[in-house]
Design a protein around this ligand. Structure first.
Ligand SMILES: NC(=O)c1ccc[n+]([C@@H]2O[C@H](COP(=O)([O-])OP(=O)(O)OC[C@H]3O[C@@H](n4cnc5c(N)ncnc54)[C@H](OP(=O)(O)O)[C@@H]3O)[C@@H](O)[C@H]2O)c1
Length: 342
């Protein structure tokens, strides 16, 4: 995952380009064309069914020269649908070099464009896991299994604390690079979910704060169990969030699920057309998802600093990551590290 971070000016920009538009039900796709000196000539993204694919935007925007390189987050489409075959359209240009984020698992393409471009003499490289990051539920959708993609995220100190109760002005456990990646991650999902104390203690905005992605709206859910009167102090300040509770109320932003099991929660999220959920939980909320072995991906950010006073990360979570998922990538983010499991 996140191999595009190795291409900071190109595939990374194509990722940002892709995330600018919710192309639902199509995947978000971005493309960047650079010249022989790696200078950007033009960028393009897909805005949804019936509109240009990112590659067609590139072709329409500029003249492609033989020493240019096209970075595109997903394999160009092989088939003609409401748009022409991007592979065929690219073959009508002077393009010789293309870097693809992922093979398209759509059976109508599924590697066929890559073969066609290679057979026509183009240099084709595949990075892998770029589209999987941008459209986390894309492969599930192509497999028609209808399930939600669950992504867990936690920030912890070097000594495994997940809250900071030391007397300090610092609100965050991890550094700006980790926060920036978290906001990029948020931009990829349909919804975020947290627990009630996280809302009360940390008051997170749960929005996407990224200079190139100002317009992204995500659904926000808060798990709130018992009929705790404190909810009425909080709820009116948080009409942008849906409170999933085990008790009923006339408040419009309370969704009552009496028996709050994972299955019932999932059924509700599917009814809300949520296909990918980022769980920014602490111990309680992560254990709830872990008990149902739900995570498809888990992002663990660790700072180099110790925290004296704070909640310890429950060892069950680390055990789950080691036993049930595999470490896919370890990334250094200055004095933080990121471990990605799937
Ligand atoms: N470092 C990090 O990355 C990070 C991330 C998130 C949170 N945190 C910290 O960790 C602390 C704990 O967070 P947390 O995520 O463990 O949970 P939490 O925010 O403390 O929320 C737990 C509460 O959610 C309700 N709940 C959750 N699932 C439920 C279910 N299936 N059925 C019924 N009720 C359910 C319960 O409410 P009732 O008690 O009303 O039943 C439960 O007490 C937070 O205060 C926060 O400061 C740290």
């Amino acid at each position: 995952m996140l191999s595009f971070l190795n291409y900071p000016n190109t595939m990374y920009l194509a990722v940002i380009e892709a995330l600018k538009f919710n192309a639902f039900p199509n995947p978000k796709v971005g493309a960047v064309l650079v010249d022989k000196d790696n200078q950007i000539k033009t960028m393009g993204h897909h805005r949804g069914k019936g509109t240009n694919h990112a590659e067609i935007e590139i072709i329409k925007n500029t003249r492609i020269d033989a020493d240019d390189t096209l970075f595109v987050t997903l394999e160009p489409c092989f088939h003609t649908d409401t748009s022409p075959s991007c592979a065929d359209e690219l073959l009508k240009t002077n393009l010789k070099n293309i870097v693809v984020g992922d093979v398209d698992t759509d059976t109508r393409t599924n590697g066929k464009s890559i073969s066609k471009l290679k057979n026509a003499g183009l240099n084709v490289s595949i990075i892998n896991n770029v589209n999987n990051f941008i459209n986390p539920n894309y492969n599930n959708k192509n497999l028609n299994n209808g399930s939600i993609t669950y992504i867990g995220k936690i920030a912890k100190s070097n000594n495994n604390k997940i809250t900071n109760d030391d007397i300090t002005d610092e609100k965050y456990i991890t550094n700006n690079s980790s926060l920036k990646l978290t906001h990029l991650l948020r931009a990829t999902v349909d919804a975020i979910l947290i627990g009630k104390n996280t809302l009360i203690n940390d008051n997170p905005l749960l929005n996407v704060r990224h200079e190139s992605l100002p317009k992204i709206e995500i659904e926000k859910y808060v798990l709130w169990g018992s009929d705790d009167r404190k909810i009425y102090d909080v709820i009116d300040r948080h009409f942008d969030k849906t409170f999933i509770t085990t008790f009923d109320s006339t408040k419009p932003n309370i969704m009552n699920i009496n028996d709050l099991t994972f299955q019932n929660l999932e059924e509700y999220l599917i009814s809300q057309k949520i296909s990918s959920l980022l769980v920014e939980g602490g111990n309680f909320v992560h254990k709830f998802f872990i008990e149902s072995s739900s995570y498809d991906y888990f992002y663990k950010f660790t700072s180099d600093d110790d925290i004296k006073n704070g909640l310890l990360l429950d060892p069950i979570i680390n055990d789950y990551l080691t036993d049930k998922l595999s470490l896919n990538k370890e990334i250094s983010l200055k004095d933080n590290s990121l471990h990605i499991y799937n």
